[in-house]
Design a protein around this ligand. Sequence first.
Ligand code: NAP
Length: 253
Amino acid sequence: MRAFDLSGKKALVTGASRGIGRAIAVAYAEAGADVALVSRSAESLAEVAKEVEALGRTAHVLPADLSDRDAAAEAVRQSIDRLGHLDIVVNNAGGSNFMVEFKDLRLSGWDKIMRLNLDSAMAVCHAVAPHLLGRGSGSVINVASVGGLGSAPFLAPYGAAKAALISLTKSLAVEWGAAGVRVNALCPGWTATDLNRNLWEDEEVSARTVGQVPMRRWGTAEEMAHPALFLAADASGYMTGQVLVIDGGLSTA
Ligand SMILES: NC(=O)c1ccc[n+]([C@@H]2O[C@H](COP(=O)([O-])OP(=O)(O)OC[C@H]3O[C@@H](n4cnc5c(N)ncnc54)[C@H](OP(=O)(O)O)[C@@H]3O)[C@@H](O)[C@H]2O)c1
């Protein structure tokens, strides 16, 4: 369908080496886009690049630690340099590799989660702003979380970072709307990836986790990638500043 066609479009996807980011990069390539793939692991990105190339599209592997703001800006510069321009920017790199009660949280842990989940997306948006605003078009997709919509017990820094990312999304949507640049957030619920392997691999923990989800199952990375395709494509052409929640009903339960 033409409304979902990305032929000729150029996309930057962060956290593209596995999980949701990988699925988004592949879905975009299937829809016709060339992609710049960013994460820390060059080796894993090269595997994803092979998948993209098998679909007849071009992929550029750009290893970077996005917790470093300068590295994030450099990844944007290189993406534009290699692809010629950018139409779509997906800030997907993120996660939390620990859960802890807030009273026991080390402040260094707070900083680490903020840098990965908020500063990285902010730095990418800041670096890409002149390019997208100058071209007068573009779609930015910030991958937040249902944890950023309400409470995130034992994941307070992660929830706070994602809530701030949703706020940043709305502010940029308003500031950039007149220039033709759309900015939306995608909020996944429980999605089975490496990030939460410890939860879905354990049968009892997995059942307890999806027991809170009306649809009673984990989401897949592909079930996040197709809504991300919608946000990138003309299909969502009049949509900006919105939060698209894909969580099997969790946030309404
Ligand atoms: N899975 C879920 O249930 C769920 C729910 C809500 C929201 N989300 C959000 O969805 C996004 C993707 O999550 P996922 O489940 O796909 O996680 P994942 O499988 O752990 O993948 C995370 C991706 O981010 C990259 N990354 C991590 N740290 C990085 C850094 N410092 N610099 C650059 N890249 C980095 C990783 O690649 P490298 O290791 O190669 O750097 C990887 O490609 C995250 O923002 C997460 O918060 C996930």
